[in-house]
Design a protein around this ligand. Sequence first.
Ligand SMILES: [Ca+2]
Ligand SMILES: [Ca+2]
Ligand SMILES: [Ca+2]
Ligand SMILES: [Ca+2]
Length: 315
Amino acid sequence: MRQVLMIPLLLGVGFAAGCSCDPGLPPDNDKDDDPPPLDTSPDVVPTGDTAPPPYCTFVEEEPNDTLEDATYLETEQRGCGEFADDLDLDFWELDFLADGWMGVRIDAASLGSAADVQVIVSSDVGVSAARVDNEEFNDVDLLFPAVAGTYQLLINEETQQGGSDRFFYEVLVTTAKSPVQYDTTDPGTNTNAGAALRVDSGERVFGVVADLFSPEDWYAIDVPPGRHLLRLDVDAFALGSPGDFTVSLYDDRLEPLPEGCRVCEIDGGETAGELDPWYEYTSNGNETVFVSIRDQEGRAGPAYWYWIQLELEEL
Ligand SMILES: [Ca+2]
Ligand SMILES: [Ca+2]
Ligand SMILES: [Ca+2]
Ligand SMILES: [Ca+2]
């Protein structure tokens, strides 16, 4: 609430500061440089010269800077908005009618917009999620398991910029399918080493780090005698999960693996920029390897899903 109350004030301050500078400047004959009027009429669909006019079933209705003033949106229907002023917050609200996966896609930079969008999803059914960027670009593609309920999206510009018609975006919420196939679902109780879920080589597990009070899941795999390669693979963020996961390996005494490691957490993939963990550990065999997985920022909740697989290969 405090943030919401401050916004008109900040806008007013910015406007006043701008006015105090203008009298000292020479007359400006270039009409294109005129600042947009502060008191804007209700938003219309952006019609920037550089971008094709987006098609929208729903157009944001300003002011929508609070939850109470959210613009209504329906799944499978495109909504269009813009950040007409700095510090613009845009709330949207929709009813998600049946349990399933929710896809939230927000396009801006990919459409030629100057906006670098981010989103926070909340709901009245205990599901929340946030996304700043995708792995390789600044727009947002979010995908998570969602139960039926009323959901709110808060969309804003990462650096709080706005202005003219250059900061536009499109939002599309869809009912989606699970992006992964799996053999096992994590039981929800494997939140410490003692309760680790034993997995077999190649078993594909779907997990959710659901509990904020114990925000990690544990797995264990038995390595037979003889040298083995243990290949760890996690898919999550790259497929739309709000989670950016990190994994740690331990031996039976819960000492970090590989032995002697100094930075032992595995937080990324094979190449730089991949946020989902991937790792190969060489075991001398005849040991149990414990694996813990958690979001790097300790976030948790029913939307924080991941897919994990541990695979053994005899060397
Ligand atoms: Ca707006
Ligand atoms: Ca707004
Ligand atoms: Ca972004
Ligand atoms: Ca990571």
